[in-house]
Write a protein that binds this ligand. Structure first.
Ligand code: NAP
Length: 318
């Protein structure tokens, strides 16, 4: 009989209460893949968008869906020709496969070994599980798309959440000056992460507050929130600056003619996970886990992530 595992899953799109814990066969390991015993799985807003059926036009899916795209865990088995890891290795990964089907809110997951990297040893399992999706998003947005350089200034909208918390630290580690935007209760948190300046988005137009610091505007605006805050921040970009958004496609934005606009959707990238591990092990990338949940409480975790006011990361511990 196949080995079995507990998993949180849903069989149709809908609200958080569609999610149940069931017992399933552990997926078989194919060529080039590794079986990982999940120690912790980070929760991201996209898990809730998918569960609500809002991504079905872009991402193929097969029911049942086990949600979750972040994992930290232990390699238990390696498929034929998978040679990068051995059983017992401690790893982490951004686990988005081409089809939404078997995710990380489970006791086991099978992944191509090319998605996987050794995990930061200096962090707890829960902290490590908070890095991959959000950390890769911050990295790819600011450095691949945004070409952020040492000495540049970056304005980060939504800087106290999963992506923004890592974006502050990555930008500082690369020698940039950071202006971080979130609500009043997160100002001290963002300063503790290294932000040079912080702005409360409820205290008037963000662009006015930025212009008081950088009259010429910032080199890069990294948008993790979109909506009204983005609309009233666009004027804070230098005339030749760049806007990278992970939500907006730029519609309705009043941007100068030479401002570059880019939308980014994060991709798995193991070499970049190696870089994030090195930063974490050097003490330059920390993760605040604000809450953990067992598999049975995945609906509660969904309700929290859907507030869009989570500080740091929340994590499932199966
Ligand atoms: N395209 C991609 O590849 C990609 C990748 C990752 C994430 N995303 C998307 O990016 C967004 C952020 O992800 P996340 O994981 O960082 O979310 P999160 O952990 O829920 O964080 C959201 C943060 O935004 C802040 N915020 C809420 N309203 C705001 C406003 N009006 N102005 C400025 N900040 C505000 C919140 O701070 P306060 O509580 O202080 O308000 C909170 O810290 C989500 O919508 C997610 O789906 C896209």
């Amino acid at each position: 009989m196949a080995k079995q595992m507990k998993a949180a899953l849903y069989r149709e799109f809908g609200g958080p209460d569609n999610v149940r814990v069931e017992t399933l066969d552990v997926p078989a390991v194919q060529e080039g893949e590794v079986l990982i015993r999940v120690k912790a799985a980070g929760v991201n807003p996209v898990d809730a968008f998918i569960r609500g059926g809002h991504m079905q036009q872009f991402l193929p899916y097969t029911f049942p869906v086990i949600p979750g795209w972040d994992v930290a865990g232990v390699v238990e088995e390696c498929g034929h020709s998978a040679r990068r890891f051995s059983p017992g290795d401690e790893v982490y990964a951004y686990a988005r496969r081409p089809t939404v089907h078997l995710g990380t809110f489970a006791e086991y997951i099978v992944l191509p070994e090319s998605y996987v990297a050794a995990r930061p040893k200096g962090l707890s399992w829960e902290e490590a599980a908070g890095i991959p999706l959000a950390g890769l998003t911050a990295y790819q947005s600011m450095f691949d798309a945004g070409q952020l350089q040492a000495g540049h200034s970056v304005l980060i909208l939504g800087a106290s959440g999963g992506v923004g918390s890592q974006a502050i630290q990555l930008a500082k580690a690369h020698g940039a000056t950071v202006v971080a935007v979130a609500s009043a209760r997160n100002q001290e948190y963002m300063r503790a992460l290294g932000a040079d300046y912080t702005i409360d988005y409820a205290q008037g137009p963000v662009a006015d507050a930025v212009k008081a610091i950088f009259p010429e505007g910032v080199d890069l605006l990294f948008d993790c929130i979109s909506g009204e805050t983005l609309a009233q921040s666009a004027a804070a970009i230098k005339p030749t600056g760049t806007l990278v958004s992970i939500l907006s496609h730029g519609e309705g934005l009043d941007l100068g003619p030479e401002v570059q606009f880019k939308y980014l959707f994060v991709e798995p990238n193991a070499p970049q996970l190696d870089h994030l591990r090195e930063l974490a092990d050097a003490g330059k990338l920390k993760i605040q886990v604000s809450q953990t949940y067992p598999l049975e409480q995945v609906p509660e975790a969904f309700r929290q992530i859907e507030t869009h006011h989570t500080t740091g990361k929340i994590v499932i511990v199966p």
